[in-house]
Design a protein around this ligand. Structure first.
Ligand code: DGY
Length: 337
């Protein structure tokens, strides 16, 4: 807030407006930049005809924004990637361990007064060391999760662009080259003891985890989701967990959050977190600073380094000025020049 207040005038909306009101505000001409988070609905209707220069998202995910409409309207959209990678990967591991070792169930058992002392078969869970972790997606958070899982003695395999079998490019492997195995989507689903989701939510990935995937997963498998809830058909998940087609699920995100599909909370084999993957003091501070810096750059007509639709900037007055002076400068990242 101090960065923003120093750079210009800021209006804080105490109550999140609905999409109609948000659209009205975006078109009002009163604002250069909108700072929004993943609960704000920035679909086509909201962004059409807007007078904004940019939308600065306080999130890495951009699925709540209609990027085509934003680009068509010359509205830059910037997000906060990288700074939350480690914290989110930690959360994926946390959910994997908690679901595999029945942590929440065991905690509740003790608090409810059932603990009568050690016993050989009390709350038996699943091994992590020696198990196979399947990563759906192989971006920054998936790779950070892979590094952690290797430290736990897991075999790590991944499918880079599920549900397609499009292969990864060499540079994507980085320091993990030779330590992780690329497999097809089908193989990932059928051979992973833990399946962890790390893909953006888009029409092609919505409900990519559905009844037929649960049927194909090993019966002892654990599903982990720290990405976006709607990747999973949550009603099908409840059925799969009830029927025992998979063993457990560790979730930080939900299809219609904050609403939960009926039945989910009653299941003992779920670990359910309230979308706190990046929720550390440090990370939320870094996200706030990056979000503010992006907003300030866009308000000044500059192109932030984490813009997700940099082409939208090419029609801005500053870009035109730069292009007129020397078109070679009109490259991504040259805005500060
Ligand atoms: C994001 O940034 O997309 C996370 O879901 C929240 O930190």
């Amino acid at each position: 807030m101090s960065m923003l207040a120093e750079a210009g005038s800021v209006e804080v909306l105490e109550v999140s407006p609905d999409s109609t009101e948000l659209g009205r505000l975006c078109r009002s001409g009163r604002f250069d930049v909108l700072i929004a988070h993943l609960g704000d609905d920035l679909t086509a209707g909201t962004l059409e005809g807007t007078a904004l220069k940019g939308v600065s998202l306080y999130s890495a995910g951009v699925n709540n924004v209609d990027l085509d409409t934003a680009s068509r309207s010359g509205v830059l959209v910037a997000n906060t990637p990288d700074v939350l990678t480690d914290a989110t990967a930690d959360t994926a591991i946390l959910l994997m361990l908690a679901a595999s070792r029945r942590c929440v169930e065991a905690d509740r058992y003790l608090r409810d007064g059932y603990f009568r002392g050690w016993s050989p078969d009390l709350m038996l869970g699943r091994n992590i060391a020696g198990a196979t972790l399947g990563l759906a997606g192989f971006g920054r958070i998936a790779r950070a999760t892979a590094r952690r899982a290797l430290g736990f003695g897991m075999h790590v395999q991944y499918c880079p662009r599920p549900p397609t079998d499009d292969p990864s490019s060499g540079p994507e492997h980085g320091d993990l080259e030779g330590r992780v195995t690329e497999v097809s989507w089908r193989e990932l689903v059928t051979t992973s003891d833990v399946l962890s989701l790390h893909v953006p939510l888009a029409p092609a990935t919505r409900h990519m985890i559905n009844t037929s995937i649960f049927e194909a997963m090993p019966t002892g498998a654990v599903l982990v989701n720290t990405a976006r809830g709607a990747l999973v058909d949550e009603a099908a998940l409840v059925e799969a967990l009830r029927a025992g087609s998979i063993a457990a699920a560790g979730l930080d995100v939900y299809e219609n959050e904050p609403a939960l599909t009926p039945g989910l909370v009653e299941l003992p084999n779920t670990v359910l977190l309230p979308h706190i993957g990046s929720a550390t003091h440090t990370v939320r501070g870094e996200m706030a600073r990056l979000c503010a810096a992006n907003a300030i750059e866009m308000a000044r007509g500059e192109l932030p380094a984490t813009a997700v639709n940099p082409d939208a900037w090419k029609r801005s007055p500053l870009a035109m000025e730069i292009a007129a002076a020397d078109p070679r400068l009109l490259r991504r990242g040259s805005s500060r020049a």
